[in-house]
Design a protein around this ligand. Structure first.
Ligand SMILES: C[S@@+](CC[C@H](N)C(=O)[O-])C[C@H]1O[C@@H](n2cnc3c(N)ncnc32)[C@H](O)[C@@H]1O
Length: 270
């Protein structure tokens, strides 16, 4: 079977999207080519797509042209759609017998409030399904040649939200600093000063490398590399803006080493 026929078969053999059901799907980090086959199939079947701001235009273009697109996003200084309103919309549309696709950037269960949404659906007696997506914390690193794990460097990595970092009592940043493993931060740009301060106070080496990657996997992807003590100033000078992933750890050094080798390889992707 040709590759394209096998792909079409996988899409057409996807589980049936029934009326009155809600599917929560991860839309991945931005590049529509990083969608799962199940997410593509769901986009073709759904008659209502409730999506976040981080879901890219290229992904939404795969929606059934007859589907209603509902923007439930929170970006650009505009008032946020309240979580309760989003849940209300899902329940209402499912109650109308629609096939509702709740599309979230990255993976629906990683810093995306997907957990709250499925609990609300379950309590309302609405059948749901969850389709995993590639989380931006991993995609951003791969997209810039920072291996999330590297033998001899790390045995773990930690995903952390930078949201709320200005109040250190909510989370033990210093314990995290002492782990000595890479830290992959979501929503960290606004609070980078507080985050760096907490990690330095926890005894982390000021010279540890840090990379911030914005709009990873899209044509607008940018990267800024600095150290824990210089990242705040480096970000101020850079054009990095949210959405961005910040990674703190020795794994960042692999990138520079690889970039030195890549130009020597004819035809290698940069
Ligand atoms: C509300 S969280 C949602 C995370 C998402 N569920 C995931 O798994 O990637 C939003 C944050 O994800 C990160 N993010 C999402 N897409 C990104 C991208 N393409 N490049 C860099 N960071 C991204 C940013 O830290 C952004 O502030």
């Amino acid at each position: 079977m040709k590759n394209s026929d096998a792909l079409s078969k996988l899409i057409s053999d996807a589980p049936e999207f029934e009326a009155g059901h809600v599917w929560l799907a991860g839309a991945g980090p931005g590049d529509p080519r990083l969608l799962t086959i199940d997410a593509v199939a769901a986009l073709g079947e759904a008659d209502c797509v409730v999506h976040d701001s981080l879901v890219s235009k290229g992904v939404l273009e795969l929606a059934n042209p007859k589907a209603e697109l509902v923007h439930a996003g929170k970006r650009g200084g505009k008032p946020s759609a309240e979580q309760a309103d989003i849940i209300g919309t899902l329940i209402e549309k499912a109650g109308q017998g629609r096939k509702v696709l709740r599309l979230k950037g990255g993976d629906p269960y990683v810093f995306g409030r997907g957990g709250e949404e499925v609990f609300a659906l379950a309590k309302a007696g609405i059948p749901f399904r969850v389709i995993p997506g590639i989380t931006s914390g991993l995609a951003a690193l791969s997209a810039v040649h920072v291996p999330a794990t590297m033998r001899g460097i790390n045995q773990a990595f930690v995903f952390v939200t930078g949201h709320g970092a200005e109040t250190s009592d909510a989370f033990d940043w210093q314990a995290l600093a002492k782990l000595g493993q890479p830290i992959i931060l979501y929503m960290a740009i606004k609070n980078i000063r507080a985050i760096a301060r907490h990690l330095l106070d926890g005894g982390m080496n000021p010279g540890i490398p840090v990379a911030a990657i914005s709009e990873a996997t899209t044509p607008e992807q940018k990267i800024c590399v600095a150290t824990l003590s210089t990242i705040e100033a480096a970000l101020e000078k850079s054009d990095i803006k949210p959405p961005a992933i910040v990674v703190v750890g020795e794994i960042v050094t692999a990138r520079a080493k690889l970039l030195k080798l890549i130009p020597e390889i004819p035809g290698a992707a940069k």
